[in-house]
Ligand binder design. Structure first.
Ligand SMILES: Nc1ncnc2c1ncn2[C@@H]1O[C@H](COP(=O)(O)OP(=O)(O)OP(=O)(O)O)[C@@H](O)[C@H]1O
Ligand SMILES: [Mg+2]
Length: 336
């Protein structure tokens, strides 16, 4: 659907993007994650022609948007909707008038506006707010107006730049749910920027990790969680799996702390009791949880072995036969 070919974008001396190539497949939700300044928004603005690359090509649905005339580009942009973190609504216009304004920009004949506005507000669940002003809406409702407005052109692609970053977790979940429903019912291709892996986990199919103007990793979302390849994605995934604090949790002086990862049916096997049977007592369970990613479980179990030291190597080998991954965690602090 969208192909970025060897794109570099420079602002004066600053490189926002460095030799970036990427294909965004049709009808999927692709998440782009990275720290501030990584180049995410620049990449998104190139996709709808708001920016032109310094070098390289951007091809949207077979058309090279980097060579289009202003007029042709404007036309092309009608097939791409965009929503923003700060909603960007017109504060002096009602909800209905905000959406009607987008219809007018899209060249929809005026007599069709009332019906189309009603349809779009229905789609985003805001029919009862048509005559309210943006200042009378919650953040989640404002973003729903933003989505209705972005859909006014009947676009094939929806670009979302930190669309939920200003919202609380519950409202974020409802907006993400709405995006997913719209993606399925309208067959949209969605590209979504975020700095939260939880947003990616909730609705994305694919994920792109950016750092310092480059794409450093691209993966199916489940695979990124199960085996993150780069240091940056490992940091994100450890955070999302609640593991960043684990090394600070004190451990027994003679204990060995192990992190077990489960990705399949082995999660249902009695691994801990089997271990006790073979190696005797000594495996303490410190914590565990399961994340659901793309309807598949990703299990985390944190254990500490305080049994005989000489059994440790064999125990770890035995566990490695049974679970997807066993990581021996290094430690900062010991229990006094
Ligand atoms: N119009 C501009 N003029 C000059 N520099 C810019 C411009 N737009 C972006 N940059 C620079 O390009 C780099 C990438 O910016 P970009 O906005 O794409 O990052 P981002 O990943 O979206 O960050 P954030 O998460 O903070 O939104 C930054 O160093 C930024 O300062
Ligand atoms: Mg940005």
């Amino acid at each position: 659907m969208i192909t970025i070919e060897r794109v570099t974008k420079r602002y004066g001396e600053t490189y926002a993007l460095r030799d970036v190539s990427l294909h965004i497949p049709k009808g999927r939700i692709t998440g782009i994650i990275g720290y501030s300044g990584a180049g995410k928004s620049t990449l998104l603005r190139l996709m709808n022609g708001l920016e032109r690359p310094t070098t390289g090509r951007v091809i949207v649905d077979g058309v090279d948007v980097t060579t289009l005339s202003r007029r042709a580009l404007q036309q092309k942009r009608q097939s791409i909707g965009m929503i923003f973190q700060q909603f960007a609504l017109l504060s002096t216009k009602t909800v209905a008038a905000n959406v009607a304004f987008a219809l007018r920009c899209a060249g929809v004949p005026k007599e069709q506006h009332p019906k189309r506005v009603a349809e779009l507000l229905e789609l985003v669940g805001l029919s009862d707010r048509a005559n309210h002003y943006p200042s009378e809406l919650s953040g989640g409702q404002k973003q729903r107006v933003g989505i209705a407005r972005a859909l006014a052109n009947d676009p094939d692609v929806l670009l979302c730049d930190e669309a939920t970053s200003a919202l609380d977790p519950t409202t974020t979940a409802s907006i993400l749910q709405l995006l997913q429903t719209l993606q399925q019912s309208l067959g949209l291709t969605i590209v979504l920027i975020t700095h939260e892996l939880d947003v990616i986990r909730a609705i994305c199919d694919d994920v792109v990790v950016m750092e310092d103007g480059r794409i450093i990793e691209r993966s199916d979302v489940y695979d990124l969680f199960a085996c993150p390849a780069t240091e940056l994605s490992q940091t994100f995934v450890r955070e999302a799996r609640g593991l960043n604090d684990v090394t600070r949790l004190p451990k027994h002086a003679n204990g060995t702390r192990l992190l077990l990862t489960f990705t399949g049916p082995e999660a249902y096997e009695p691994i801990v009791s089997d271990t006790t049977e073979t190696f005797g007592p000594g495996l303490a369970i410190l914590g565990g949880h399961i994340l659901t990613i793309q309807n598949r479980p990703l299990g985390t179990l944190l254990v500490e072995w305080t049994g005989p030291k000489e059994c440790e190597g064999v125990l770890i080998d035995a566990l490695r036969q049974r679970v997807t991954e066993v990581e021996v965690l290094s430690h900062e602090r010991l229990i006094p």
